[in-house]
Design a protein around this ligand. Structure first.
Ligand SMILES: Cc1cc2nc3c(=O)[nH]c(=O)nc-3n(C[C@H](O)[C@H](O)[C@H](O)COP(=O)(O)OP(=O)(O)OC[C@H]3O[C@@H](n4cnc5c(N)ncnc54)[C@H](O)[C@@H]3O)c2cc1C
Length: 412
């Protein structure tokens, strides 16, 4: 691994920084202080500016509206963009997970229809995978898609669907065959979220927001052209989405080391500041080491990408460490401010209330895209080669599983 920019990469970085200096919006009031509709509007506007210049997805082909660059250039642009107060959050699931799945499994017309508007921020996608009884055990899901001539009729319920309330389209994983083992009876579809029979109900969170939803599907009719991959091949399609989800989740989050130093230096403690406290300095050293480990693990992924290889299970290590580090860091930095740590008002709190938001958001990050326990299982089995968990449902038809019985075959 070579961690230094090559001359070409350094030149690209300089160009990207120059472009950002010129084009990144500098609003009087941070977009973070707006309500969701205002943040979404700001995010769409910034996405459109990037798309016009080929920066919306640097590594995607120009004919789709991408930049025609390399994966490394994509990362360099993201690193430079992170220095600016610009809104990027609403497109992570669509551009980071759903569209890459379309690119691999959809026909050229579908790709041409959906990729450019998604890049411009005009259409947003969501992931309709999890259900009340299928999260870690995603392959155990119950939503049924029943074939009727050249279309499918879908009934069931999804949950925790981030952004379903503002999304235009979604990737939906459904059960199409109950007579085969659970992984073999799934099929992936894309659906229009405005289709008759799709009902979205918000789930209110302790952050005060309602980022995710329950989605009820009642006799939703989906043409067979909206199937991605073969009928019964949905699990292989879902794995592509999930791998991309873990890459997204492995990003280093929370305050930078410099922000931590500035904050703790400014908080009085004893005869000095929190930064003078030896116990706190030890924790600081550990967070620094974790951040460096995350960075270098990500570089390993980048090295694989730049060689045209598919990243391996190291993305699971990154997400596992990044999520628990964020939770501990936010908690410690709120606590060290004593009573001032209680202030959530973004115009008064340190770092515009980012610590309080991180503190409330981090537990969700430890669950989304694979819980800590599931990621540890993946690392144990696929990285360390330890014996696999006992799987009593292996090879058993879904309808013969204790949880599958209520899904006994229906008359098509
Ligand atoms: C912020 C957030 C956003 C999300 N967004 C989306 C979205 O957009 N679309 C979507 O489809 N889903 C989304 N999800 C759902 C997410 O994928 C699931 O919550 C996650 O997969 C866990 O599933 P579950 O909640 O059903 O928990 P369960 O699977 O029921 O797990 C409960 C507990 O049991 C443990 N456990 C389960 N199986 C094992 C095992 N084999 N070994 C050891 N321990 C085990 C888990 O680690 C966990 O602690 C989101 C979740 C969150 C928190």
């Amino acid at each position: 691994m070579d961690f230094q920019d090559s001359p070409d990469e350094a030149a690209y970085r300089a160009r990207a920084r120059q472009w950002l200096e010129t084009h990144a919006p500098r609003p009087d009031v941070s977009w973070k202080l707006r309500d969701e509709a205002g943040r979404l509007e700001a995010a769409r506007a910034w996405q459109a500016v990037k798309a016009a210049a080929g920066y919306a997805r640097v590594s995607w082909p120009v004919e789709w509206g991408g930049g025609g660059g390399t994966p490394i250039q994509q990362i360099i642009f993201s690193q430079e963009e992170a220095r600016f107060d610009v809104p990027t959050g609403f497109f992570g699931i669509g551009l980071g997970m759903c569209i890459p799945t379309l690119l691999k499994f959809a026909d050229p017309d579908t790709i041409q229809r959906f990729v450019p508007p998604a890049l411009r921020g005009e259409q947003i996608w969501c992931q309709l995978f999890s259900e009340p009884a299928a999260g870690s055990d995603l392959a155990g899901l119950h939503t049924r898609a029943v074939r009727r001539a050249n279309e499918w009729v879908i009934n069931g319920q999804k949950v925790w669907t981030t952004g379903a309330h503002y999304c235009d389209f979604g990737l939906l994983l459904a059960r199409t065959d109950v007579d085969v083992p659970k992984h073999a009876g799934l099929t992936m579809f894309w659906i229009d979220m405005k289709s008759p029979g799709v009902a979205v109900r918000p789930i209110h969170q302790m952050t005060g927001g309602a980022d995710f939803n329950e989605v009820y599907l009642t006799d939703v009719v989906v043409p067979d052209e909206q199937r991605l991959g073969p009928a019964g091949g949905g699990w292989q399609v879902a794995l592509v989405t999930l791998m991309n989800e873990r890459l997204e989740g492995a990003k280093d989050r929370g305050p930078t080391t410099q922000e931590i130093l500035d904050l703790t230096r400014s908080v009085p403690h004893g005869h000095g500041s929190v930064l003078d406290d030896s116990g706190f300095r030890q924790r600081l050293a550990r967070w620094y080491v974790q951040a460096a480990g995350l960075k270098f693990t990500r570089f390993r992924t980048l090295t694989a990408l730049s060689r045209g290889q598919t990243p391996g299970p190291e993305a699971s290590i990154g997400k596992l460490v990044a999520a628990s580090r964020l939770q501990e860091l936010a908690s410690a930095l709120i606590e060290c401010q004593e009573q001032y740590g209680m202030i959530c008002d973004t115009s008064l709190a340190a770092l515009q209330g980012a610590l309080q938001r991180d503190y409330l958001y981090a537990p969700g990050l430890r669950i989304a895209g694979g819980t800590d326990e599931i990621l540890k299982n993946i690392i144990a089995e696929r990285v360390l080669g330890l014996p696999a968990e006992i799987r009593a449902d292996k090879g058993v038809a879904f309808k013969d599983l204790p949880t599958g019985r209520r899904n006994a075959p229906t008359v098509d």
